[in-house]
Design a protein around this ligand. Structure first.
Ligand SMILES: [Zn+2]
Length: 495
């Protein structure tokens, strides 16, 4: 607590100051001004002050909140930018950037601060593109997920000028936060054999909150609270946009595609191609095993295997599609390079947020126009075996590449509904669903319950039909489901 309260008076003073002076900055303009941005590093406390300044300067489109605290008690601040901050508007897509989960990987932390200042300034200047983006999107920026690790690395940077490559990577308990998420891949890979679901898998495991680092738990709670659609998390050490899965089907490194592989590739390419050098660089980073990635993108497990990582966790536990951005060879670049880093990444950062507006979106309601939460949106033709679900207001977002799709919506107690939807490139197609309730006697059928919970996919369903399980008697199915659940228990030990 003292970390923050000791700065309250300073924050208030600086907020008042920023009313008159824009962004004063501690050493303003030292490395070249642009949108009033000071291209320097800040300590955590200076970051907190700066975030308050930005939030105050653009108070009509920002909200500063925290999602919890680090091991050493530092708040994990998120700057929200939206035309209606603090409110989830029905149908408005939510986006997040998470940086600095490895405390010594500093570029993303600074980029998000610069991005916030840029968006604030351009919105105020009535830049049409930025106004459209902020008016149509709820953007959440978490500049540092690991402030304790950052402080350690930052102090070293100030004193020595250089930070050893693993120094400050973990949190204050020296845990690598990108290995600390529940490992849902093993469950999913098993389900590929048994026909189980590959989404919202967190509800299938007994989660051990005590064993989780506070920073990781904060992210997990945050994700459960907000209906995020798209995100990226930022690292340093190489220059590449990396997409799921990060964990392969066995212990070998190998291309490990999700059912959304084409989409993920396009998302990663959006970042790399708009980046000034990511897709075109000729030289690998200078460390053993470094390579040049084709078009600046890679499948995670095709590069190296990560177990308990955040990007796979996003895809397997929620509706959010997350990729991992490696922003450069140097983990803690020299301060003089920050302005160039910003210029290299600026277009990518904005274009990538805009990708939240592709595919289909809409609302699922009953015949009385009440929203239906947790309805399942399934793309059946061409089949993409990964469902998303509706949020509290019955609204949903299903990112898709251009094409024509058959989409079916399931909800417990309602008749499923199927529509054919064309998807164009630059804006989402709206598809609302009104579901009729099922007659009372059939809504109790366990088979339907199973189906809604996502246990009947592809081959498994065909097998059940063949063996007569899809007749009037649902009991066999229920037993089978219990078998599947029981066998899953074995695989859910903490990562
Ligand atoms: Zn990293």
């Amino acid at each position: 607590m003292h970390l923050v309260t000791s700065f309250v008076s300073q924050i208030v003073a600086l907020m008042l100051l920023s009313l008159n002076l824009g962004f004063p900055g501690s050493v303003a303009g030292q490395n070249g001004a642009d949108h009033g941005i000071d291209f320097s590093y800040q300590s955590h406390n200076e970051l907190v002050v700066l975030l308050h300044q930005i939030a105050w300067k653009c108070r009509s489109i920002t909200r500063l909140y925290d999602i919890g605290r680090s091991v050493q008690g530092r708040r994990l601040y998120v700057l929200e930018m939206s035309d209606n901050p603090g409110v989830h508007e029905v149908g408005e897509a939510e986006f997040k950037y998470v940086a600095n989960m490895h405390g010594n990987e500093a570029t993303g932390r600074q980029l998000l601060i610069f991005l916030a200042q840029y968006l604030c300034e351009e919105y105020t200047k009535k830049n049409k593109r930025i106004q459209k983006l902020i008016n149509s999107t709820r953007i959440h920026l978490l500049p540092t997920m690991n402030p304790d690790g950052f402080e350690m690395a930052y102090r070293r940077h100030v004193v020595m000028g250089r930070v050893p490559s693993m120094y400050g990577r973990g949190n204050a308990n020296n845990v690598d936060l990108n290995r600390d998420f529940p490992d849902l891949n093993d469950i999913m890979y098993k389900h590929e054999q048994t026909g189980g679901a590959n989404n919202h898998l967190l509800q299938l495991i007994r989660e051990n909150k005590e064993g989780r680092q506070p920073e990781t738990q904060a992210i997990m709670d945050w994700m459960a609270q907000y209906p995020f659609v798209l995100s990226a998390n930022m690292h340093d050490g190489d220059l590449v946009a990396n997409y799921p899965y990060d964990k392969s089907r066995n212990t070998r490194k190998m291309y490990s595609a999700t059912p959304d592989d084409n989409l993920f590739r396009e998302l990663a390419l959006t970042y790399s191609l708009y980046h000034r050098t990511m897709a075109t660089r000729a030289e690998p980073c200078r460390f053993q095993g470094a390579k040049v990635f084709r078009d600046g993108v890679t499948n995670g497990a095709d590069w190296y295997i990560v177990s308990g990582g955040m990007q796979d966790y996003n895809y397997l536990s929620s509706n959010c599609f997350d990729i991992t951005l490696e922003l450069g060879c140097d983990k803690f670049p020299r301060e003089e390079e920050l302005k160039r880093k910003w210029e290299d990444n600026r277009e990518s950062l904005i274009e990538y947020i805009d990708k939240v507006h592709i595919g289909i979106k809409g609302q699922v309601m009953d015949t009385d126009r009440n929203p239906i939460a947790n309805a399942v949106i399934r793309v059946t033709g061409p089949s993409i075996a990964h469902d998303v679900t509706t949020a509290t207001d019955g609204d949903y977002w299903r990112l898709l590449l251009p094409g024509v799709y058959t989409v079916t919506v399931h909800a417990r107690g309602y008749k499923p509904k199927t529509v054919v939807v064309p998807v164009r490139r630059y804006r989402p197609t709206k598809a609302n669903f009104i579901l009729k309730p099922l007659p009372k006697e059939s809504s109790g059928c366990k088979l339907r319950q199973l189906e809604e919970e996502g246990y009947l996919l592809g081959g498994f369903r065909a097998a059940l039909r063949q063996f007569g399980f899809l007749g009037d008697d649902c009991d066999g199915l229920v037993e089978r489901r219990e078998d599947v659940l029981a066998s899953m228990e074995d695989t859910t030990a903490s990562p």
